[in-house]
Ligand binder design. Structure first.
Ligand code: ADP
Ligand code: MG
Length: 472
């Protein structure tokens, strides 16, 4: 739509306005690079260019709709604020798509068509060609306890992994958080890789799929992107609720998915809702998804929970008294992840004090978890408590500031919001100043990681957790 990007003139049509604008926008970019980090910068900010500044509106251009939408929701406010520091009249930022801007910017070597690799997930350092995510060695069929609420999902997964002819495609695993969807998908991958090493199995999160796709778009190399997916035997994408509402990713996913199914390859997907209940899902995709087998996983009952606890103890070669396990199975009913968390806490404690945990200690140690089951903690409570604890304002927690004294408490608040409330990641993101769910995931993982290495931080988070969960 833009005939010539740089000929757009400003109100005060001086000859060097373009350069002035470009320069001041470059400053903003450098600033944003510091605030967002390199990965986000290369993916979202670097490709943006300033087009014009007129009537208080700064117009910027993104190379694709996808990037434009992202920038609009995530960075437009910040860009406006930064621009307004030197152009006080700036009241709006308008982001448009300019396909001509669809070049990988600042490319040093023109013959090299790729951007430097932008890693989708800071936690994986798998080589670029191995696009499958790393598997958790514990997530095998042997370690999966079957009960009435997950037996269909389990049977379907097992049959597919066994290489038998199955008459369903795709297999759609649907269930709330922590109920074993990821475990089952990875179990398929383990089993297939073991039985037929020549088969190509790709397991990845929808989030990663999305990043890979954006990266391919940026490098203008969607061909390779398509090829690598189409050359697989089994494609598994976890948590596809995350690509809902992201039009271009859905579109690409739909094509990949259709191509695979038409070739008789298997697709396994998971989501927290059934295809019919996923918001923002393309109709064609929804109906195609519904054509396969939708296997739901519901929270199990007491027996399943107890068996899972016993199996986890056996795996860790640890023992807890039977009454304590029974108590856990009775009280922690939300999901298996929480149950496991409680178990791990008791085991850690038993090791510290070097004697078995009694029922009374278990009650005491799990107070917060047990109370949470009864009390509703809000994200606002968490933000307030965390802000107070670190002597910050709630506005700091919500702000885009990346300085560690602010960013770390913010991540702790994200972690606690995930741990203590039932809100989805996108909901949590919205309550943290409109951040994306991927930022929340990153924050949660960061804290999980730090808690393992940093005892002080772990104690801090734990005491906050108790404080918040125990507060009236
Ligand atoms: P989801 O992907 O549905 O959110 P996960 O697959 O990550 O859940 O499961 C959360 C935790 O609970 C994992 O550690 C997993 O091993 C465990 N888990 C869930 N269901 C079972 C089960 N039926 N048997 C054994 N472990 C389970
Ligand atoms: Mg999962």
């Amino acid at each position: 739509m833009l005939e010539s990007v740089h000929s757009v003139v400003q109100k005060d049509d001086t000859p060097d306005t373009d350069t002035t604008l470009t320069h001041s926008f470059d400053d903003i970019k450098s600033r944003l690079r510091l605030e967002t980090g390199d990965t986000a910068f290369r993916t979202w900010i670097q490709p943006i260019e300033a087009v014009s500044y007129r009537g208080g509106t700064l117009e910027i251009a993104a190379p694709t709709r996808f990037i434009r939408d992202w920038v609009r929701t995530h960075y437009a406010d910040r860009i406006r604020a930064l621009f307004a520091q030197s152009n006080s009249g700036c009241t709006r930022v308008e982001c448009i798509v300019d396909a001509k801007n669809n070049t990988a910017p600042a490319r040093k070597d023109a013959a090299q068509p790729y951007e430097p690799v932008v890693t989708a997930n800071e936690n994986t350092d798998a080589p670029a060609e191995d696009i499958s995510s790393a598997l958790d060695a514990r997530f095998t069929f042997d370690n999966f306890i079957v009960g009435p609420t997950n037996e269909l999902a389990h049977a379907a997964a097992l049959r597919l992994a066994g290489g038998e002819d199955v008459n369903f495609n795709p297999l759609f695993l649907q269930g709330g958080v922590g109920l074993g969807k990821t475990h089952l998908m990875q179990a398929i991958a383990h089993k297939v890789r073991e039985a037929s090493p020549d088969k190509r199995v790709i397991y990845m999160s929808a989030e990663k799929f999305m990043y890979q796709f954006v990266r391919a778009l940026r490098a203008r190399d969607t061909m390779t992107f398509k090829e690598q997916f189409r050359a697989v035997d089994i494609l598994m994408i976890d948590d596809i609720q995350f690509i809902c509402g992201k039009e271009s990713t859905q579109e690409e996913f739909f094509h990949t998915f259709n191509a695979l199914i038409d070739q008789g390859k298997h697709v396994v997907l998971s989501a927290d809702k059934a295809p019919g209940d996923l918001d923002g899902l393309d109709e064609r995709l929804r109906s195609r998804l519904g054509m396969g087998l939708v296997a739901g996983i519901q929270p199990g009952g007491y027996d399943l929970r107890l068996q899972i606890l016993e199996s986890k103890c056996a795996l860790m070669k640890r023992q807890l008294p039977a009454d304590v396990l029974g108590f856990l199975a009775e009280k922690i009913t939300s999901n298996v992840r929480e149950l496991e968390g409680a178990l791990n806490r008791l085991i850690a404690h038993a090791e510290l004090i070097n004697r078995p945990v009694t029922l009374a200690t278990a009650e005491e140690l799990l107070q917060d978890l047990l109370r949470v089951a009864e009390r509703r903690v809000t994200i606002e409570d968490i933000q307030r408590r965390v802000a107070e604890h670190y002597n910050l304002r709630i506005a700091d927690i919500l702000s885009p500031r990346r300085a560690r004294p602010v960013a770390r408490p913010r991540q702790i608040a994200m972690y606690l919001a995930k741990a203590l409330t039932q809100h989805s990641l996108p909901e949590i993101g919205r309550k943290f100043g409109g951040r994306d769910h991927t930022t929340i995931i990153h924050g949660v993982r960061k804290i999980e990681e730090l808690m393992e290495r940093d005892a002080n931080l772990a104690a801090d988070v734990d005491s906050l957790r108790r404080l918040i969960a125990g507060a009236a």
